[in-house]
Design a protein around this ligand. Sequence first.
Ligand code: DAH
Length: 338
Amino acid sequence: MDIELIKKEAESKIESVNSLDSLEELRFKYLGRKGVLAELTGSIPSLPVAQRADVGRQVNALKEGLNKLIETKRASLSGPLARESSRGSAEIDLPGLAQGLGQLHPISQVMDRVCEIFMRMGFTVIEGPEIETEHNNFTGLNIPLEHPSRDAFDTFYLELKAQLLLRSHTSPVQIRAMKKNKPPLAAVVPGRVYRPDATDASHSYMFHQIEGFVVDENIRFSDLKGVLEVFAKAVFGSDIKMRFRPHFFPFTEPSAEVDISCIICKGKGCSVCGRKGWLEILGSGMIHPNVFRNVGYDPKKYTGFAFGMGIERIAMLKYGIDDIRLFFENDLRFLKQF
Ligand code: DAH
């Protein structure tokens, strides 16, 4: 009675079995009530007393080992691949199901691209919270309470008492950054903003902006023009023309809206530019002295410029998209084109 021999034989048989039925037969043969191991156990009392305990231990260990082996084998014979192969239909050379590689949303792509252009000019990228205080969103930016200009930034209020709101533009991050740091400062701020507008082809209650600002001694309007020209040409091509159109923003003085020559008709006038030949791309200006006072900067010592643009608008102009809702509907037929 060679336990080692029985072990080897049983293991190799279990190993090479290829159906659940033959595995069950083997289990019965070795571990069944009248099986090989039961027989071994039954023969122990006839052994010399000195050997009994040792042989008993070996038989028990073998029983445990074979049980485990059979369970493992049973699991592998019941797996999906095993089921296929027992039906003889496994086609293991078929190519697998390809996992499509995802890509960034067009808004993220444009936002990254714009940030990158400003980073190359030495700007840092910072972010601010979407839940803002009324102070940072309005008062600090020289937009006084009850002033009609607040209407232009119609706002979702969260808690009137705590004066918390969903920021209606990314400009409040100017206040945060200036309070936290001393000049010189050059930063761009990408992020989501919210306004309670009814949704249509050109309005969404949530959209994205990039704010930018530079503060130091002797920052001039010509610096603003130069920086924005580098930006606009990098995004829309070096053959575009730009113009600065006087405008009003409470947080800048003087303020300007910036237009580029229509990229569709090259300035001749078409339906995209409303026959004007120009497309508005952003708002900008020299930071208002009151904004500096509100953050504790001396407006006699420091000057700066700021600008803000809507990312959806930039993306729509760049790619000729005529409905802002397309960005938020999650339709892969649209998104896959970018
Ligand atoms: N915050 C303005 C808006 O949401 C955009 C803007 C205009 C930002 C002029 C600026 C600026 O920093 O100087 O419409």
